[in-house]
Write a protein that binds this ligand. Structure first.
Ligand SMILES: [Zn+2]
Ligand SMILES: [Zn+2]
Length: 377
């Protein structure tokens, strides 16, 4: 179906056209600029009108009226292929132009800048351009495409939306960040610097899902069978394109199958929910209350240095909840405890995967009892 072309270490989907870089350059920028000049002189304007247009800055509506709908350009002057992105070999989508004068789809250029801050065509440094994070769409080109190649543009938009829809699915091909343990309701700040994760976070934001899965690595399978969704609360970009992403844990999940997308891991997942208990509710409540009190004592008696570190990273221990079965994840205090207790990630993972609140409480009780049995803990 798709051929893959590698450019600046990034692979892009492309159509079945030849991929000689020299011809791309001609096609992608030089020719289209030539074509533009010829087209823009096409509408018949009186000298007076022309002068007026030149004196003030062109607005979008000016440009739109400049390329009226009924206007057609002879195919030997300008062809949709002339308005092709040299990275994805498709019609420009949200074309942006770099200070060096080269134009690419916004998404395509951003993916190149994830790897190296220079123009993929002429290699000029785009460090400042990247730091600015503006990516202003080249309006004249955008309007020209929409007006003169409306059918091609419609198809291109359809592909774009289709791709976005695939990226928005929260159970199929869900992006997986392989890094650390994450738990429902527990904050998880991330420093994102790897190109593949930069792309992943940007997609989460662009598609509007603001979510991805978090799993710890697994030597055999790549990443663990269980994980937790993380919801992005804010992204702070650094000038070099790295970012600090503030997230909080959402639903837990089980991995059904594994895949890859543009360098990062993906998975088909099934959400995990606690089995609601209806019988012996009092016993469960008693167990919960006992664990909660034990945890409070443990936290209060912790050395001030550790106590403050935990407060800084994870906040205070969550309040006691009136209904311990109110959410499919059970009370938040369990997850907070799992995150702060000094235990092996494999053990944490086994507790994360449990769908019985009782089992989870018993495990935490064991850990607390063990920790409190060590002198000078
Ligand atoms: Zn492109
Ligand atoms: Zn350039």
């Amino acid at each position: 179906m798709h051929q893959e072309q590698a450019l600046a270490g990034v692979t892009f989907p492309q159509n079945d056209k030849p991929s000689d870089p020299q011809s791309l350059r001609m096609h992608g920028s030089h020719c289209s600029e030539e074509g533009l000049k010829r087209v823009s002189s096409a509408p018949q304007l009186g000298d007076q009108d022309k002068g007026g247009l030149l004196k003030r800055k062109l607005s979008v509506s000016d440009i739109e009226s400049y390329f009226p709908h009924h206007l057609s350009v002879p195919k030997d002057l300008l062809d949709a292929n002339d308005l092709e992105c040299s990275l994805c070999m498709r019609l420009f989508y949200e074309p942006v132009t770099t200070p060096c004068g080269h134009t690419f789809c916004k998404n395509c250029l951003e993916r190149c800048l994830d790897h190296t801050p220079q123009c993929p065509l002429c290699k000029e440094s785009l460090r400042e351009y990247l730091a600015g994070r503006k990516y202003v769409v080249t309006t004249v080109l955008d309007v020209l495409i929409k007006q003169l190649f409306s059918q091609e543009y419609e198809e291109r938009t359809k592909t774009h939306l289709e791709e976005n829809r695939e990226l928005s699915d929260l159970t199929k091909n869900v992006p997986i960040f392989v890094c650390t343990m994450a738990y429902p309701t527990v904050p998880c700040p991330l420093h994102v610097f790897e190109p593949r994760y930069r792309l992943m976070i940007r997609r989460c934001m662009d598609t509007g899902t603001r979510q991805f899965g978090m799993c710890i690595s697994d030597p055999q399978k790549g990443f663990a069978d269980y994980g937790c969704m993380l919801i992005v609360r804010s992204v702070h970009f650094l000038p070099d394109g790295r970012s600090v992403v503030d997230t909080i844990g959402g639903k837990r999940f089980r991995v059904l199958s594994r895949g890859m997308k543009d360098g990062y891991n993906t998975a088909d997942i099934q959400h995990l929910e606690d089995t609601k208990v209806r019988a012996k509710l009092e016993k469960l409540q008693e167990l919960h209350d006992a664990v909660y009190e034990q945890a409070q004592v443990w936290f209060q008696n912790l050395k001030i240095r550790f106590h403050n570190q935990i407060l800084q990273h994870f906040g205070p221990m969550p309040e006691r909840e009136p209904d311990i079965q109110a959410t499919p994840n059970g009370p938040a205090c369990c997850w907070w405890l799992l995150a702060v207790l000094p235990i092996d990630p494999r053990y944490q993972l086994s507790v994360l995967s449990m769908t019985s609140l009782k089992d989870r409480l018993v495990k935490i009780q064991h850990i607390l009892t063990y920790l409190q049995s060590i002198p000078n803990n």
